[in-house]
Write a new protein. Structure first.
Length: 590
């Protein structure tokens, strides 16, 4: 037991802590506030407290729990909303009302609810850490696989079937040393240590998000890492909500880290009403929410990122595809900066700690496509990490953006000028990139045909050419351009407005399948190719831009999912007929 000698905001210094270790969780003061030891100097410990410290003073007691900050893993995680240190907010609200009372202790997993446990192995089966011994139907969408805790191995001596709480014994394991271990449906894991796996693979499958600019131009692989940087009002949160809603993953862990509380409110209101296109159930049936918004304790903001990714790793180890959406890592970095300043550490660039880059890397490197632990040959799961970055004033040269760019392989750069023009997602196609294109090309060629990737390259070249032509247009005007260059500008406009622009709040346009994306892009580029042939035969660009099929392409993204194939084929047929008529008319006039 130690005594407080200094209180500085969320930082508390206590002496007499010789029985404690680095990273131990401690209880501070009469209200037993939760804290974590950051560093030790002799018997003096510097502690970051995850709750409001007003009223604490020198002399108050500090007691160590002897264990690191850990999360409880088991049935009951899905559909729950936690704070940064995995306290269930709904349960706390029932106890204390709308405001969290300091020092409140509520278990992360419900201790009273019973779950139907179905054994997957029999008595006498040899198992090792990571093996699945049974299942629980946690939600209608998710089967929770109960695994042998990491580090244990032996023979199942007894296993039960029936309804149990997370603390009831469901199996007895006889270890290789002859010891008997009672296995429950719950296990704990320290949040700052990544969960182990057999092997990590290079990602080869894309994460289908339903967002055309992402899936087509800057794809993210399952098990990959991505950052969404952008200034205030450029749509970071809407992009991340769209990823959480429509990505083809089994489970989403959404971390609201330091952002406004109304953004988490939007998630809580929308997700129960939205239907998952893959399962037909509400999106909450596959979602875990971590809420540590801007009005909640700063120190817990730092822990929330690790809490979220540890829960995600647990589901990955079951063989699921999991996405972690962190909004935003900039606020997490600000929490690091505040604690570093209070610890009187040597500041780095812009006051951030010198270890900012390594901490960001430790977070993103926990993503990946892995072969899970266990005696099974092949049980693969993926963890995809997407972090928002909120640079002050949209300045991408600031330390958090630069450190993130060095780590992640996909960079979706949001542009305030696009946002002001109401072009959403406001991802700048000239500043964004994806380093997964080469590894995903094989999947694209096998599943969408070789033309999809070629069309992507063609579309990017048209958009880049438009940027060059716009400089000329500003000097001499659009009418002075050649017909071919005028066509380039028109097709680039079609790509921007009819393809890349997407409305997250219109049901038909909020999600676009790969097949639909491929057909729509093919339609636009066929218009480009046929118009170029017609221009070479003397048809004026103005006549080509005025055909009815051009209007049809502009409205094509609003066609219902059941009708688009037929409508696109009709637009293509009409386009060929109308352009051929213009060519014939031009030929007769000649």
């Amino acid at each position: 037991m130690g005594k407080i000698v200094k209180v500085s905001g969320p930082l508390v210094v206590a002496t007499g802590m010789s029985d404690a270790n680095m990273a131990d969780v401690v209880r501070v003061g009469e209200q037993h506030l939760i804290g974590e030891i950051l560093n030790m100097n002799g018997d003096s410990a510097s502690i970051q407290v995850y709750e409001e410290t007003s009223g604490l003073g020198p002399g108050a007691e500090v007691v160590t729990t002897g264990a690191p900050l850990s999360v409880e893993l088991g049935p009951g995680l899905i559909e729950n909303i936690y704070d940064g240190i995995q306290r269930p907010l709904e349960e706390i609200m029932k106890l204390t009302g709308s405001n969290i009372t300091r020092g409140v202790e509520v278990p992360a997993l419900n201790r009273e609810k019973k779950w139907d446990f179905v054994p997957e192995v029999k008595a006498g089966t040899k198992v090792t850490g990571g093996d699945i011994i049974g299942t629980v139907q946690e939600t209608t969408s998710i089967v929770h696989r109960i695994m042998v805790p990491v580090g244990m191995s032996g023979t199942i001596e007894e296993i039960k079937e029936g309804s149990f709480t997370v603390l009831d014994t469901v199996a007895v394991l006889k270890t290789d040393k002859g010891e008997k271990k009672e296995l429950t449906m719950m296990q704990k894991w320290p949040v700052r240590i990544g969960r182990p796996y057999k092997r990590k693979y290079a990602p080869t499958k894309p994460l289908c998000t339903g967002q055309r600019i992402i899936d087509t131009l800057f794809p993210l692989a399952k098990g990959g890492t991505a950052a969404v940087p952008g200034p205030f009002g450029s749509g970071k949160t809407v992009v991340q909500h769209a990823l959480a809603k429509w990505s083809d993953v089994d489970i989403v862990v959404y971390i609201g880290c330091g952002e406004r509380g109304n953004e988490m409110t939007d998630v809580l209101r929308e997700f129960p009403e939205l239907i998952d296109p893959r399962t037909g159930e509400t999106l909450m049936k596959r979602t875990v929410l971590i809420a540590n918004t801007s009005d909640m304790p700063v120190a817990a903001r730092e822990a929330s990122i690790y809490t979220g990714i540890t829960i995600a790793e647990y589901f990955r180890d079951m063989g699921y595809d999991v996405a972690v959406i962190a909004d935003s890592t900039s606020r997490w970095a600000e929490a690091l900066r505040e604690m570093s300043g209070r610890l009187e550490e040597m500041p780095g660039e812009e006051g951030y700690p010198a270890y900012l880059s390594s901490r960001l890397a430790q977070f993103y490197e926990r993503a990946g496509w892995v072969n899970c632990l266990g005696s099974e040959e092949e049980r693969r799961g993926s963890l995809t990490a997407v972090g928002a970055v909120s640079p002050p004033g949209g300045d991408l040269s600031e330390p958090v953006s630069q450190a993130t760019m060095r780590i992640v392989k996909v960079f979706w750069s949001l542009d305030s000028s696009l946002a002001y023009r109401r072009h959403f997602p406001a991802i700048n196609w000239l500043r964004s990139y994806s380093l997964y294109l080469d590894s995903l090309k094989v999947w694209y060629d096998e599943n969408l045909g070789g033309s999809f990737f070629k069309n992507r390259v063609k579309a990017m070249s048209i958009l880049q050419e438009e940027a060059s032509l716009n400089e000329i247009v500003q000097l001499v005007g659009k009418d002075s351009l050649s017909p071919a260059d005028q066509l380039t500008l028109e097709v680039a406009k079609m790509l921007r407005e009819d393809y890349l622009q997407q409305n997250a709040f219109v049901d038909i346009d909020s999600f676009s399948t790969y097949d639909r994306q491929a057909k729509l892009m093919s339609l636009i580029l066929k218009y480009d190719a046929q118009c170029r042939e017609a221009i070479a035969k003397g048809v004026s660009a103005a006549d080509l831009f005025a055909i009815d099929a051009r209007v049809g392409i502009g409205r094509a993204k609003s066609v219902s999912p059941d009708e688009y194939s037929r409508v696109y084929e009709k637009i293509e047929a009409d386009m060929e007929t109308q352009i051929a008529a213009l060519v014939e008319k031009g030929g007769l006039e000649d």
